[in-house]
Design a protein around this ligand. Structure first.
Ligand code: 13P
Length: 386
C-alpha cells in the first residue's frame, strides 16, 4: 500500500472508500491466498491435485487476466485474449484447459484443431459477444455494400464466420490500419472499443452498439474522486470502458489487459487507478507487491469469469469436461478473419510476455507432482468435489 501521509489521511476519513475497494476486490479475486486456515488448506490440496492431473493429462492451463487469483496461480499462462490465443497456437500439450469465457476457448479450438480444448464451466459466456448474431452481421453488410466487417475477438465463432477481420483490444489499431484507406469499416460488437479505434485512426467506422456490462458500470465521477485523492496515480483504462467516450482524453494510457500488466511493471509510478474488470488486480498486486492498485469501480466484475472455480478446474482435468468444438464449416470461415488478425498482429507487435518469459507459476508446489494411477478412485475424487 502507498501510505504516504496525505493518502493515508484520506483513507482514514473514508472519503470514497478507496481502501475498502481494494480490500473487497482482493477478497473477491484472491481466493487461494485465503482468508482462513481451512480455506487455505482446501485450496492448497486442490492446487496440488491440479498440478498432478495436469501433468498426467499432458494439459496446459490458460487463464485470462480476469480469472480468480487461485486459478491464475495454477495456470501455465495468464494473459489477455491475444496472448492466450498465441499461447494456444504454440503449445505442445494434448489438452488445453481454457479458463476464461466461451469465445476464447472457441478461438483456441479453431486455432488448434488437433488439441482437445476444455472449459471448467460451459455457461461462462460473454454478454458482449451475445449482443451480435450472425444474421445481424449479414443484414448490416447488405445495408453497407463494400463495407469491411471487423469483429472484436469477443464474438461467437458463427459471428466471426461472417466477418473480414478479427481484432483484440491489443491490436485493434494495427488491424484497422491494415485495411485499405478507402474502405468503409463496420465494427462489431463493442461500441467503446470501436469509438476508440475511430478516434485513433480517423477512419470511416460504423459502430455496433454492444457493450460489456462489467466495463459499463465504471463511473467517471468515481474516477475523478480517486484522482483528487491520489493526484500522482496513473489512470489506466481498458478500451471497453463505458466511460471511454467521456474520459478517453484524461486517461494516461488506454491498454489491453496485458498492455496494462506490462505498463505497471515498467512505469516509475507507484499508484495506479485501474479501469477494467477487477480480476486483474490480483495479478498486478502479485507481480508488483510494492505498488498500489485501485479499482476504478468496485462493481467492475464479470459474473461469467467468476463462474470458473478451482474445484471446477480440477473436475475438468479429471473428467475432461467440457469440450469446446466448432463445426468445421463455421471454423473454416471464422479462421479467415482470425488468421488475418494473427498475421497482421505478429508482424506489428511481439507478445507483451513472450512464451519463454511467461511467469513460473508453480512456486507454491514444493515437491515434484507424482503420477496418478487412473481408475475408479480418481474418478470418485471428482464426485467428492461437488
Ligand atoms: P483483453 O483480453 O484483450 O485485454 O480484453 C479483455 C476482454 O475483452 C475480456 O472479455
Amino acid at each position: 500500500m502507498d501510505t504516504n501521509g496525505d493518502q493515508a489521511g484520506h483513507h482514514a476519513e473514508g472519503v470514497v472508500g478507496a481502501g475498502s475497494a481494494e480490500t473487497r476486490s482482493v477478497s473477491a479475486h484472491a481466493n487461494g491466498n485465503g482468508h482462513h486456515a481451512n480455506g487455505n488448506s482446501h485450496h492448497a490440496l486442490l492446487k496440488e491435485k491440479i498440478a498432478i492431473l495436469k501433468r498426467e493429462r499432458e494439459a496446459v492451463i490458460l487463464a485470462h487476466n480476469y480469472q480468480d487469483g487461485a486459478i491464475q496461480d495454477v495456470a501455465d499462462f495468464t494473459g489477455d485474449s491475444l496472448g492466450l490465443a498465441r499461447q494456444a497456437q504454440q503449445t505442445d500439450a494434448k489438452v488445453i484447459l481454457f479458463c476464461g469465457v466461451h469465445f476464447m476457448a472457441e478461438t483456441a479450438a479453431m486455432l488448434c484443431p488437433d488439441r482437445k480444448v476444455i472449459v471448467p464451466d460451459l455457461a461462462a459466456g460473454c454478454s458482449l459477444a451475445d449482443m451480435i448474431m450472425p444474421g445481424q452481421v449479414r443484414r448490416w453488410k447488405q445495408e453497407h455494400p463494400g463495407g469491411v466487417v471487423v469483429c472484436y475477438i469477443n464474438t461467437a465463432a458463427a459471428v466471426k464466420a461472417e466477418c473480414d477481420y478479427c481484432c483484440t483490444s491489443a491490436n485493434g489499431e494495427d488491424i484497422i490500419n491494415a485495411i485499405p484507406a478507402d474502405k468503409e469499416i463496420l465494427f462489431v460488437p463493442d461500441y467503446y472499443l470501436g469509438s476508440y479505434l475511430k478516434a485513433k485512426t480517423g477512419r470511416n467506422i460504423e459502430l455496433w452498439k454492444g457493450y460489456c456490462p462489467a466495463h459499463a458500470v465504471i463511473d467517471p465521477a468515481h474516477i475523478e474522486k480517486l484522482q483528487e485523492i491520489y493526484p500522482d496515480a496513473e489512470f489506466l483504462m481498458h478500451p471497453e470502458c463505458g466511460c471511454l467516450t467521456k474520459q478517453m482524453d484524461v486517461a494516461d494510457k488506454i491498454l489491453s489487459t496485458d498492455g496494462m500488466m506490462k505498463h505497471v511493471k515498467e512505469s516509475k509510478s507507484s499508484t495506479f487507478i485501474i479501469a477494467t474488470e477487477n480480476g486483474i488486480l490480483y495479478r498486478m498486486r502479485k507481480e508488483n507487491p510494492e505498488k498500489t492498485f485501485l479499482p476504478a469501480s468496485e462493481q467492475a466484475t464479470c459474473h461469467h469469469m467468476e463462474r470458473n472455480t478451482l474445484e471446477k478446474v480440477l473436475r475438468s482435468l479429471l473428467t475432461l469436461q467440457y469440450p469446446v468444438t466448432v463445426e468445421p464449416q463455421i471454423a473454416r470461415r471464422a479462421l479467415v478473419c482470425i488468421e488475418r488478425m494473427m498475421e497482421i498482429s505478429n508482424k506489428a507487435k511481439p507478445l507483451a510476455f513472450p512464451a519463454q518469459e511467461a511467469p513460473v507459476v508453480y512456486g507454491w508446489l514444493d515437491k515434484d507432482p507424482q503420477p496418478v494411477q487412473w481408475g475408479d478412485h480418481v474418478l470418485a475424487a471428482a464426485n467428492d468435489l461437488s
